[in-house]
Design a protein around this ligand. Structure first.
Ligand code: FES
Length: 505
């Protein structure tokens, strides 16, 4: 195809002055069209001209064409990015408005719930009690289903895409760092047992070496790193957040030996006495005095304001029923037994805001976090406490393909957290719940369990079992499960504390 050249290009190409070309045009020896001449016409008008190698010209032209093309392309991409960022801003505004509305509704529902509790405590009213239970159940389902809504899923995907990922070494555990939280808070919320102490930048126990990426200070820091650690890039996870994807080298608790014995003073946040056989005690820890523990462990509780008649402190050991991922609120399930001094004090003397000291933790009934197996949990009465802690931890790690709970009781109203379990069953795709009323005969209990297991899971090889039951039931269950092909390394047993009210035959 013939090329069009501007007069300047044509003059440069044949080594004449621009005026020479114009003279040819005026003499009608060369045709000009819209300020350009055609190369073949130029050759005719200047037959003796020595045409320079025009490859450079072509390169320049190509470069310019490419540049123009790229500009057009980047303008199109810029427009798309503009539209996308406007959309993100709008979605964020809608999200903020919805969140505010949701908070207001939550406050309203919470007031209603408190009102129902108050009325309920004034006198047993069956319909009122049922309404309150219904409301609790609906609230739990609502809270869990929120994470399943398309908006929440989209938000999670955007967060996963946009928020920094943190990789821990040497464990290779991962979590997402929320910029509104410290690295420590995000790690704990994700169910990881990273090392920490004061949680406010003083003790240095949460220090980790920043292997790659960038962090940003948030919060106070008194701890001074030795010069060599400064040089190696050590940071405090309790006073930094991630700005980019980062890799950290840090200590994590894998075994119970990695968790130090602690003495932590807490305050009573709430005592729920609505259930026939169990009181639910919730304790609050201060920000600077959190309890480090592994899910499934137990701890000794000492009442600081109430003593035995002989002046000795009233204390008792219970399973921690909450997840280590929620270290500020600790839950305990206290079987109602008036002949046990601690239970008696919780029921009749203990008030909100009173102080309780915790000493521990103890016990080896903990989750094998790195197992790829699905999980089967079996609880007997208040054996549910440690099982709840393990299940919540497994849920926060979000690794198990499926989680199954079988909760045995010998009393009709002993499933005191039935609403919670049913809500999990409704809200979580990978969770199933079976409540089982059983006679007190061990043979009947094991038969019924095996029936359920056969029906629900044709193969038991790839499951980890966690069982919290009275000792002699555990002794019976172990050989039964071995006979069913369960690997002994995949079985974890706890002998329940306090909860057994029925003598097993
Ligand atoms: S936990 Fe003490 S400095 Fe971070």
């Amino acid at each position: 195809m013939d090329r069009h050249l501007s007069l300047s290009q044509a003059a440069r190409l044949i080594g004449v002055k621009r005026g020479d070309i114009q003279k040819k045009i005026q003499a009608n020896e060369l045709t000009v069209m819209e300020g350009t001449v055609v190369l073949s016409d130029l050759k005719k008008a200047f037959p003796d001209a020595i045409y320079e190698d025009n490859s450079m010209l072509e390169k320049v032209e190509k470069f310019m064409q490419d540049a123009v093309h790229k500009m057009a392309q980047s303008e199109r991409e810029g427009a798309r990015l503009d539209a996308l960022s406007r959309r993100i801003v709008k979605v964020n505004q809608e999200l903020a408005a919805e969140r505010q509305r949701s908070r207001q509704l939550e406050e309203l529902i919470d007031s209603l719930r408190q009102e129902l509790i108050t009325l309920n405590n004034k006198g047993i009213d069956e319909p009122l009690h049922n309404t309150q239970q219904w409301l609790d159940e609906q609230l739990y389902i609502l809270n869990h289903n929120q994470s399943q809504t398309p908006v929440a899923q989209l938000e999670k995907q955007i967060q996963q895409f946009m928020l920094p990922h943190v990789r821990l070494l040497p464990s290779r555990h991962d979590f997402i760092s929320d910029k509104s939280e410290t690295l420590l808070e995000s790690a704990l919320r994700s169910g990881l047992a990273v090392d920490y102490g004061c949680n406010n930048g003083k003790c240095g126990k949460c220090k980790a070496r920043l292997v790659s990426g960038q962090v940003e200070k948030m919060g106070h820091q008194d701890y001074v790193f030795p010069e060599n650690e400064k040089q190696q890039g050590y940071i405090l996870t309790c006073s930094n957040t991630a700005v980019t994807d980062i890799t950290l080298e840090t200590e994590e608790a894998i075994n119970t030996e990695d968790i130090p014995l602690q003495s932590v003073t807490t305050k009573v946040k709430h005592i729920d006495k609505q259930h026939a056989h169990v009181a639910i005690l919730t304790l609050k820890t201060s920000r600077s005095q959190r309890l480090r523990f592994l899910s499934g462990q137990t701890i000794e509780l000492s009442l600081n304001n109430h003593q035995h008649d002989n002046g000795q402190p009233i204390n008792a050991e219970y399973s921690i029923a909450s997840c280590p991922c929620e270290p500020s609120n600790l839950e305990f399930h206290i079987p109602i037994k008036d002949d046990e001094p601690f239970a008696h004090a919780v029921l009749h003397k203990l008030k909100e805001n009173e102080s309780i000291t915790l000493n521990g933790p103890h016990g080896h009934f903990i989750l094998n976090e790195d197992s790829p197996n699905s999980l089967i949990f079996i609880a007997w009465d208040t054996g549910f406490a440690s099982i709840k802690s393990l299940m919540e931890h497994a849920m926060s790690l979000d690794k198990a393909e499926s989680i199954h709970l079988y909760w045995f009781t010998t009393k009709i109203d002993y499933h005191y957290k039935d609403n919670l379990c049913r809500a999990w069953n409704d809200a979580l795709d990978n969770f199933t719940y079976t409540r089982i009323m059983s006679e007190a005969k061990i043979s009947t209990i094991t038969d019924r369990l095996i029936q359920h297991l056969h029906y629900d899971h044709p193969h038991l090889l790839n499951f980890d079992f966690y069982i919290s039951a009275p000792g002699h039931l555990n002794h019976q269950l172990k050989p039964t499960l071995l006979a069913e092909g369960v690997n002994s390394q995949n079985m974890h047993f706890e002998q329940i504390f306090h909860g057994q009210e029925v003598t097993l035959e």
